[in-house]
Design a protein around this ligand. Structure first.
Ligand code: UDX
Length: 450
């Protein structure tokens, strides 16, 4: 396994669970140190247990150099990052580096399996970089979600393998045979296309339901019942139809932009996909507008009067979704950035983030992602991260719930009402019961529900 990150580690864990032996190469010395000491550098349910089991049984090991991981193996999985370049295309530097490093060390007859999400045609690029007739390169895209990655790898909906060499494709498929998942064997370019299209389709569903939630707000309908009425139609289903503050994470934003770039380069006009991205960006603004409107209504301010400057707003949830500590492309950070830009201060709580004892008090991962998103560092002066949910709400003018952790569902409403200076509650994930919130004295605003 080349790369022991969000894809490599869960994939390694799944292969170990399926009875295989795995050696992971990790180039980041700090991450490697954690792994060698028996730790797990990412937050992923069930991962520490499988990794410990792999260690105990001697079927999982970690090394620093890619070359030394591959000289005695039948399959080499490439699980390296393919970050977004400024023009939206995928940066293949890590993939090419990995191919260069492993090329001379691969055992004759072994198969190189690319799991990284790559532009269509990249399997060929890896083949050309390795430049060995005795090695086959295949594409085997991953569909696992952060937070449930181990379970997703052990119980995949399907295995997709793209290769010219059908025998190599069958051998890769056989590694996962005991999962019982259907195997789709195709050519490499089609497998690479499947990966992008799967993610952009899911992003399309989410932009669609977020737009429908906006429509429900406008016409006074309840999006939760709309979803019920839709979901029982088996052609539509219930999955991936929860409205929220927009979609984010390490895949959807990067992959939607990359596919748009790929389509453009290929001369294919794809306005639908552009609209999916634009709708997602508009969702951030919509959530901030809900906050402004609710506060304005509560304080009986004129429509033209600025409502956020000088106020304190509490935020629960900063990661891109619940169940992970990953802040990458988090819609919550976008919302927070806009609130800060409007002149308010934000006091945030996230179950996975702890403030530093020293100055600067913000978690390093947050400051890093803030920079990556291109938000001005000056805004961070008005952001604090609290170590407890209640501490963030003390004296705040409103609470915004931005991720769907269960502990937020179980909030003690009267205690929350007592802590906040104004009883304004914006539930951007529709976690709470509006009736109960209103009965506790809140001005409750959800997404697409009256
Ligand atoms: C995604 C794909 O699901 C996975 O198949 C692929 O391999 C990697 O990208 P992940 O990035 O872990 O996985 O997140 P996912 O659970 O898909 O959520 C993506 C975003 O959509 C998050 O911001 C999440 O909060 C949002 N979302 C998801 C919703 O707003 N509503 C939903 O109903 C589902």
């Amino acid at each position: 396994m080349i790369g022991a990150g969000h894809v490599g580690l869960p994939t390694a864990a799944a292969l170990v669970s399926l009875g295989h032996r795995v050696c992971c190469a990790e180039s980041d010395p700090e991450r490697l140190r954690v792994l060698e000491e028996g730790g797990v550098p990412i937050f992923e349910e069930g991962l520490p247990e499988v990794i410990r089991q792999g260690w105990r049984e001697g079927r999982l090991s970690f090394v620093g150099s890619a070359g030394s991981a591959v000289d005695d193996v039948d399959f080499t999985f490439l699980c390296v990052p393919t970050p977004e370049r400024p023009d939206g295309s995928a940066d293949l530097t890590y993939l090419e580096q990995a191919a260069v490093q492993i090329g001379p060390h691969l055992r004759s007859g072994s198969v190189v399996v690319n799991k990284s999400t790559v532009p269509i045609g990249s399997t060929r690029l890896v083949e050309q970089t390795i430049a060995r007739q005795d090695i086959t390169v295949v594409s085997n895209p991953e569909f696992l979600r952060e937070g449930t990655a181990v379970q997703d790898s052990l119980r995949p909906d399907r295995i997709v393998v793209g290769a010219d060499d059908q025998d190599a494709a069958a051998r890769v498929g056989a590694l996962f045979a005991s999962t019982g998942a259907p195997l789709v064997v195709t050519d490499a370019a089609t497998a690479e296309t499947i990966k992008y299209v799967a993610n952009t389709f899911l992003a399309t569903k989410l932009s669609f339901i977020n737009a429908v939630a906006g429509l429900c707000d406008a016409v006074g309908a309840d999006v939760r019942d709309v979803i019920l009425g839709l979901g029982y139609d088996r052609r539509i289903g219930f999955d991936f139809l929860r409205p929220g503050p927009g979609w984010g994470g390490s895949c959807f934003p990067k992959d939607t932009h990359a596919l748009l770039h790929i389509a453009k380069e290929a001369g294919f006009d794809f306005p639908l996909l552009q609209s999916v991205i634009d709708t997602n960006e508009a969702q951030t603004r919509r959530i901030v507008s809900k906050l402004e409107q609710a506060l304005r209504d509560h304080l009986r301010l004129e429509a033209t009067e600025p409502v956020l400057p000088g106020r304190s707003v509490a935020v629960w949830g900063l990661t891109f979704k619940a169940g992970t500590d990953d802040l990458r492309e988090s819609p919550a950070l976008r919302v927070v950035s806009q609130i800060l830009e409007s002149g308010a201060e934000v006091r945030a709580f996230d179950p996975t983030l702890r403030p530093h004892q020293s100055v600067p008090a913000l978690p390093v991962s947050l400051v890093r992602e803030w920079g990556a998103l291109g938000f001005p560092a000056s805004r961070l002066e008005r952001l604090t991260v609290a170590s407890e949910a209640t501490a963030a709400t003390e004296g705040a003018s409103a609470l915004l719930v931005l991720t769907e952790w269960d502990e937020f569902r179980r909030v003690d409403l009267p205690a929350l009402r007592a802590a906040l200076a104004e009883p304004v509650l914006i539930d951007a994930r529709n976690l709470l019961d509006p009736g109960a919130a209103r009965a506790a004295g809140f001005r409750y605003v959800g997404v697409g529900r009256p």
